[in-house]
Design a protein around this ligand. Structure first.
Ligand code: ADP
Ligand code: MG
Length: 596
């Protein structure tokens, strides 16, 4: 075939492939246009999941009659003029191709009235056919109706999901856009029924709670930090409101919703050890960066961006959230609801029943966080906690620690009960010891390899191919972990040295190492990310070396453990993210005993 110039229609249809993937992307483009037009109310009407009709009505600035044909033309925009404008785009749109692309794959009707115009005008476009503009009735603002999306491109129409699935996506995108524009009222209507109604709000926090659920109010922390020209603000959820999917995670750059792997990673890092790895933190993050320091023009739908300095952004996000969480008291409060008498408190002390008191359990015991007094008792900086931990080489520490102010009671060789300034604290001895040890190991390994104990006689481990593979993969980490091992035969590996910690805690080095080889061999460890893998191994070590439920602790050990709880950041959760301690506040106790 000879080379030919594509017709404008075909060009637009090709562009449409990138910009308008599905009904939700049309909704996104139309709502963004309404936002750019300074609307205060935006109404989105959807028929049959958007297959049939998508209509977005706003009360914004409108479009002059003479300009209406241009709105439907590709590469026509009112938002940028010259190349240098691309360096500082502050509007949601700027590419000038959305409406043209949409019209190339559907029938579009725009009715608009500019603020200073006496009447509205209407233009219709379908493929390369245009009709209008002609006078019409209508209020100031714009409505854009999209009929029969992909009606002209049957191949694309086939790819649309069920109406319900498309509607879910639409709903999600409207929610996302609404959170960065709390001052705009949004209404979403599906098949004539209102499914989302958001009134204008004076703060982002209020809007986010409207969208995510007002019950999260107590569990969402406010965040606002700035560093080197990067501002990060928004709301981050306490660990207990982490979700099984990343649905409740929203990231915005200069008001525009984006997805960015590096920022998501930084967010996950900040919650490391506070939530279980399979769960996702709840967070709405707004990044404000000089427009010149970010390229928003790398993705047709503008959902991905490129930062000039993505390391800085990563670090601001990670540290900012980390500090915010550190400043909060994360020990879950065992709030006992007032109507309930003994059953609630009996449960606390583990008298049979279903064990842990969690939300959604009996309803008698709610696992709410009590943050009414602001900062928690641990005012330590992470680094200081690390240094403290580092000083204590042994478990339990050899240095006599000061006599603790609060008495400690070991209950059924499993839980420790003590007090702090807010009330009664119940600790899971294994979980806390594991957390303390993990932090200590982490601090140690950052300042050099873990102290290692050479074995007089190497321990020989039976090994299969997967163990050998594991050995290969672990190789780069072994020295730092205080481990030394070599293949000693076709089916054996000799273990020459183990970390002092395991040795001292009486943990079988061979059994531990075999487990480790197995996990590494099966690809269970994220060896590609060495720091991540290192933490996982330390986590395994801490778990192995920690006291277990059923271990009787001496008075000294009890005291030391309580001491450690105070000095270690994030002691509220074990490395797997489960809580290490729970608190029953004085208020709750007083209420229970009828003192209030
Ligand atoms: P872009 O938003 O990238 O400029 P679009 O194709 O989405 O490109 O829109 C083209 C132009 O049409 C916009 O630049 C704007 O001037 C005008 N326009 C589109 N929608 C609206 C609206 N809801 N209100 C006012 N003007 C609009
Ligand atoms: Mg646009």
């Amino acid at each position: 075939m000879p080379i030919r110039r594509l017709s404008p229609l075909l060009v637009n249809q090709i562009a449409a492939g990138e910009v308008v993937e599905r009904p939700a992307s049309v909704v996104k483009e139309l709502v963004e246009n309404a936002i750019d037009a300074e609307a205060t109310r935006i109404r989105i009407e959807i028929d049959r999941g958007g297959h049939e009709r998508i209509e977005v009505v706003d009360d914004g600035n409108g479009i002059d009659r003479e300009e209406l044909p241009l709105a439907l033309e590709s590469h026509a925009t009112s938002k940028i003029v010259e190349p240098s404008d691309l360096d500082g785009v502050s509007t949601m749109g700027f590419r000038g191709e959305a409406l043209a692309s949409i019209a190339s794959v559907s029938r579009v009707v725009i009715r608009s009235r500019a603020r200073n115009a006496d009447e509205a005008s209407l233009i219709e476009g379908e493929g390369d056919r245009r009709e209008g503009p002609r006078p019409a009735a209508g209020p100031v603002g714009t409505s854009v109706a999209v009929h029969q999306l992909f009606g002209r491109v049957p191949a694309r129409r086939k790819f649309l999901k069920s109406e319900a699935a498309e509607m879910r996506r639409i709903s999600r995108i409207v929610q996302r856009l609404s959170m960065s524009h709390p001052d705009i009222a949004f209404t979403l209507v599906s098949n004539g029924r209102t499914t989302l109604e958001l009134q204008a709000r004076s703060s982002t926090r209020k809007r986010v709670l409207d969208v995510m659920g007002p019950e999260l109010d107590e569990q969402m922390l406010d965040l606002d930090v700035s560093r080197d020209g990067v501002r990060l603000w928004g709301l981050v959820g306490l660990p207990e409101v982490a979700r099984p999917t990343s649905q409740h995670q929203q990231i915005y750059l200069n008001g525009r919703p984006i997805s960015d792997r590096s920022i998501s990673h930084a967010l996950r890092e900040a919650y490391r050890g506070l939530i279980e790895p399979s769960r996702h933190p709840t967070a709405v993050l707004f990044l404000q960066v000089e427009p010149t320091r970010v390229d928003v023009n790398v993705h047709p739908a503008k959902t991905e961006v490129r930062f000039r300095d993505d390391r800085l952004v990563h670090s601001v996000v990670r540290r900012g959230i980390l500090e915010c969480l550190e400043a909060a008291d994360l020990t879950p409060n065992l709030g006992v609801s007032p109507q309930v008498e003994t059953p609630g408190s009996r449960r606390l002390f583990g008298a049979g029943g279903s064990g842990a008191a969690g939300r959604g359990g009996s309803g008698h015991v709610s696992n709410t966080f009590d943050r009414s007094e602001g900062r928690g008792p641990r005012g330590f900086e992470m680094d200081e906690a690390r240094r403290v931990a580092q000083d204590m080489a042994q478990v339990p520490p050899a240095i006599p620690s000061p006599v603790p102010s609060a008495p400690v009671l070991q209950v059924h060789k499993t839980f420790l009960v003590t007090e702090d300034e807010r009330g009664l604290v119940i600790i899971d001895q294994h979980a806390l010891h594991e957390r303390v040890m993990f932090e200590r190991l982490l601090a140690r390994v950052e300042s050099g390899p873990l102290p290692s104990q050479r074995l007089l006689v190497p321990e020989v481990i039976d090994a299969d191919t997967s163990h050998f593979e594991g050995l290969d993969r672990l190789e780069p980490l072994m020295a730092r972990l205080g481990l030394e091992a070599t293949p000693s035969g076709p089916r054996t590996i000799a273990l020459h040295a183990v970390p002092v910690l395991l040795f001292e805690r009486g943990v079988s080095g061979a059994a531990f190492f075999r487990d480790l080889l197995e996990r590494a061999g099966e690809g269970d460890l994220l060896i590609a990310d060495q720091e991540e893998a290192l933490r996982e191994v330390l986590d395994m070590m801490a778990c192995k070396a920690a006291v277990k439920a059923g271990d009787q602790l001496t008075a000294r050990e009890l005291a030391d453990l309580i001491e450690m709880r105070e000095s270690i950041e994030r002691s509220s959760n074990c490395p797997h993210g489960r809580p290490t301690s729970l608190r029953l506040s004085m208020e709750d106790l007083e209420r229970q005993f009828g003192r209030r």
